[in-house]
Design a protein around this ligand. Structure first.
Ligand code: C5P
Length: 402
């Protein structure tokens, strides 16, 4: 279940061209189960009609302090008390300057002044405006006051300029909102997650790989970050966007992945190996494209290092979590692997079950610890599975520290 389910969110829309994107944000927040109310500045209503938000949220849109909808006795105070989170998207340079300067001259600024809930500010403006020292100082001041301010995305802007200033993506804003509302029970942890497949080159155009999508590993990284951990995500090639707010290290081969894990091992408290590492690589990788010939072609393969076993030897107090993906004898194979590789937990996936394994957004897993305790989870979203794995790893870490 989404952390945003049932959460009362006040979305503040200010007067920039990205205001139209706030309609999509409203939709997506509501899809996550949030209860959304919208407040707009007068200028925002020139870019997008209050009726759009009123229709989407089935709720009156607050614009002006002096003509606030009747249901609000004192509009800004009751809205401010109602909200569990305020999201300002887009936040213009003018609006950021106003809140940084303590100005409260309309409904939205007064709401923010009266806010008890956390406030997430999502700037969107022309690149030169964003880089302006006054704007930067104001953003800095807001963060010092405890507001969360997202970095805008970089790219082509509506005004034709290139650079930072685009409103962060809807997914990015929702992720930040979810993160703000999540209890930080992994603060102080540094978690390495490996994800995705590896690619072992045969020649410059061909490789050996597998169907891993990286979704389970990315879900683990995302949830660990939400829960306050410092996260290092070491990922083979996937179609997924690199999540914000964590150290993202793209790799290609198993050897690169191993080097990268080893380099970062010292800092880690928990290592989760969700990557589907190729067990073999070609003995030779041709420098030029291999030409086809008559008859058969034999490839000589050599074993890749088993990264997780090498980590386990050096782990000390760290918790090592591995995955097992099997097509037969799941539990027996997983238990054997857990022992042989010196893991603390193994997450067993049955590839034969619908809704489990590669490419899906859901998974059906069994979490097995080194004492042989098996926790069988039902069909769940990969993010919920991730939460359960992280909680179990944290418990083991705490037990080991005592
Ligand atoms: O033996 P198997 O490859 O099925 O084990 C899976 C687990 O071992 C996964 O956690 C995977 O990330 C890890 N692994 C590894 N290095 C390898 C192969 C697998 O760390 N070369």
């Amino acid at each position: 279940m989404s952390i945003l389910q049932g959460k009362q969110i006040l979305l503040g829309v200010t007067g920039g061209i990205a205001a139209y994107k706030a309609a999509l944000l409203t939709r997506e927040l509501m899809k996550e189960g949030a209860v959304v109310k919208v407040a707009m500045t007068e200028n925002a209503t020139r870019f997008i009609a209050p009726l759009t938000f009123q229709t989407l949220t089935a709720s009156a849109v607050a614009v002006d302090t002096f003509s606030a909808p009747e249901e609000w006795e004192i509009g800004h105070i009751s809205l401010a008390e109602w909200a569990r989170l305020m999201v300002i998207a887009p936040a213009t340079a003018n609006f950021i300057g106003k809140i940084a300067g303590g100005i409260a001259d309309d409904l939205l600024t007064t709401c923010i002044m009266a806010a008890q809930a956390p406030v997430l500010v999502c700037p969107a403006m022309n690149t030169n405006m964003y880089r302006n020292r006054i704007v930067q100082d104001n953003i800095h001041r807001l963060t010092e006051y405890g507001y969360s301010v997202m970095e805008p995305d970089a790219g082509e802007l509506a005004c034709g300029a290139e650079g930072p200033g685009r409103l962060p993506t809807v997914e990015g804003i929702i992720e930040e909102a979810a993160s703000i509302l999540t209890e930080k029970d992994l603060r102080g942890h540094c978690i390495i997650v490996t994800a995705g497949p590896t690619r072992e080159a045969l020649d410059p155009v061909r490789f050996i790989s597998n169907h891993s999508s990286g979704k389970m590993g990315y879900a683990l990284a995302l949830m660990a970050r939400r829960r306050g951990a410092r996260v290092i995500l070491i990922s083979g090639p996937t179609d997924l966007a690199a999540p914000r707010g964590l150290t993202f290290i793209p790799v290609s081969t198993a050897m690169e992945m191993k080097d990268c894990v080893m380099e970062n091992l010292k800092e880690a408290t928990i290592i989760i190996k969700a990557a589907a590492v190729a067990d073999y690589r070609p003995l030779f990788s041709a420098s030029q494209k291999i030409k086809k010939q008559d008859g058969t072609l034999s490839l000589e393969l050599v074993r890749n290092p088993d990264i997780i076993s090498e980590i386990a030897e050096l782990k000390g107090n760290r918790i090592v979590v591995g995955f097992a993906m099997e097509t037969e004898n799941l539990v027996e194979n997983a238990e054997r692997k857990l022992k042989a590789k010196g893991m603390d937990l193994i997450v067993a996936n049955d590839l034969n079950m619908a809704g489990a394994g590669f490419r899906t957004d859901t998974n059906i897993v069994k979490i097995i610890d080194s004492a042989g305790t098996i926790t069988a989870l039902p069909l769940m979203d990969k993010r919920d599975v991730a939460d359960r794995i992280l909680s179990r790893a944290r418990e083991l870490f705490d037990e080991r520290r005592q």
